[in-house]
Design a binder for this molecule. Structure first.
Ligand SMILES: [Zn+2]
Length: 280
């Protein structure tokens, strides 16, 4: 992906090193525990997030200055370019539909941070909070993504574009429609609806890649494959297998690796946004 020297978003909030937990930090074990909670009990990641908050005590401000490595700072700058690309591309798509796109902020944090959806934790992975319309990302997740078998700049861009997809769903009212349907469903219905929402966010990430390519010619060879690999890595069946849990469809909240790749690809090839409709 060609990104150096391109516009960086001013909607990135740098909260690295600003907050710590009262007690000890959650490490990799906490992440696995959170994933097991999501898959075994079919919990909404946001609920897990709140539970972790209750377990982990108060968030405290840290007065330690944060010193990122040169490599981390490069990733930070890259994220700012990707967010700027989502602003420009979605701005254009909305404008063509006679609407105005109001972009989300992206908060880069370490360890934990307060959000309108409870305490955001690294253990939860990147997420979008509709309450404050912000995306939360701990850059250490990107190392985790690599260890799950997805690397490369478009893999990272896909993750951000997926979260921006949730913001688009919030603006268009898809999120609230799904939440309403979920409130009338049992557990398996709630999960099935959640899968539809997540696959649509993958489709919207594909739409973003397609339109950004038309606008900027930013793709290099192998980039789309990187995004597809990332979509496969975060498939429910893959994560469950990696966590030692046999995959069960009823417990899926995001879709299988195959579905996530299909929906990303559907967006990448979409002729109109309607190609990302999931039937809710
Ligand atoms: Zn999502």
């Amino acid at each position: 992906m060609l990104w150096k020297g391109r516009r960086q978003s001013s909607n990135v909030e740098d909260r690295r090193g600003q907050f710590v937990r009262g007690g000890t930090a959650i490490g990799g074990g906490g992440i696995i525990m959170a994933l097991i909670a999501v898959f075994l009990f079919g919990q909404d990641p946001l609920v897990v997030l709140e539970n972790l908050q209750q377990q982990s005590g108060a968030v405290q401000r840290s007065d330690q200055p944060y010193q990122p490595s040169a490599q981390e700072q490069e990733v930070f700058n890259f994220v700012k370019v990707v967010l700027a690309d989502t602003e420009d591309t979605w701005g254009q798509i909305f404008q063509q539909a006679g609407q105005r796109y109001i972009p989300p902020s992206l908060v880069i944090f370490t360890d934990m941070t307060p959000t309108a959806c409870g305490t955001g934790q690294s253990a939860s992975g990147p997420f979008y909070c509709p309450g404050d319309q912000k995306i939360y990302l701990d850059l250490s997740f990107l190392n985790q993504l690599q260890s799950m078998g997805a690397s490369g700049d478009l893999a990272v861009a896909y993750v951000i574009a997926h979260e921006v997809g949730h913001h688009v769903q919030t603006i268009t009212g898809v999120s609230s429609r799904i939440r309403e349907l979920q409130s009338q469903s049992g557990r398996s219905g709630v999960n099935a609806l959640q899968v539809k929402m997540e696959l649509q966010a993958d489709c919207l990430a594909g739409v973003w890649v397609q339109h950004t390519q038309k606008r900027t010619q930013f793709l290099e060879s192998g980039d789309v494959e990187e995004a597809m690999q990332a979509a496969a890595a975060v498939g429910d069946d893959n994560i469950m297998r990696k966590s030692g849990i046999p995959p069960r469809r009823e417990a899926f909240t995001h879709g299988s690796s195959k579905e996530r790749m299909e929906w990303f690809n559907r967006g990448f090839k979409a002729r109109t946004l309607e190609d990302c409709e999931t039937g809710v």
